[in-house]
Write a protein that binds this ligand. Structure first.
Ligand SMILES: [Zn+2]
Length: 117
């Protein structure tokens, strides 16, 4: 497992997570992700493998449709940092753009069929 560290743009939300590796990314074509354009982790992160630290009151969630998935964002800088997935509540996909050490936009990508989920 490799550990990665991410943060929102203003630094109010920070998170650390472990995955086997990050050699590709995922984009989702659902109505929300199409608008965000977020490059997400292809791997789903288990609750025990992610630690989230944030200033009180800055982490907001947005939910739509079945309201199962929780889309977290920093309400100070507006950056979506991670999402609690619809199929695995309590498990996360993270916004790879939040990781400084990663060239997220240059990773090979797969498109997730969120539109038809
Ligand atoms: Zn922020």
């Amino acid at each position: 497992m490799k550990q990665f560290q991410g943060s929102c743009h203003c630094g109010s939300v920070e998170f650390t997570f472990s995955v086997p590796d990050i050699d590709h990314a995922m984009r989702c074509d659902c109505s929300l992700c199409s608008r965000k354009g977020m490059v997400m982790s292809a791997t789903v992160v288990s609750p025990e493998d992610i630690k989230i630290r944030c200033e009180q009151g800055v982490l907001s969630t947005y939910q739509f449709g079945t309201e199962t998935a929780r889309h977290y964002f920093c309400n100070r800088c507006g950056i979506h940092t991670f999402v609690e997935t619809r199929l695995n509540p309590g498990h996360y996909r993270v916004n790879l753009g939040c990781i400084d050490e990663l060239d997220a936009l240059r990773l090979p990508e797969v498109i997730y069929d969120g539109r038809n989920l």
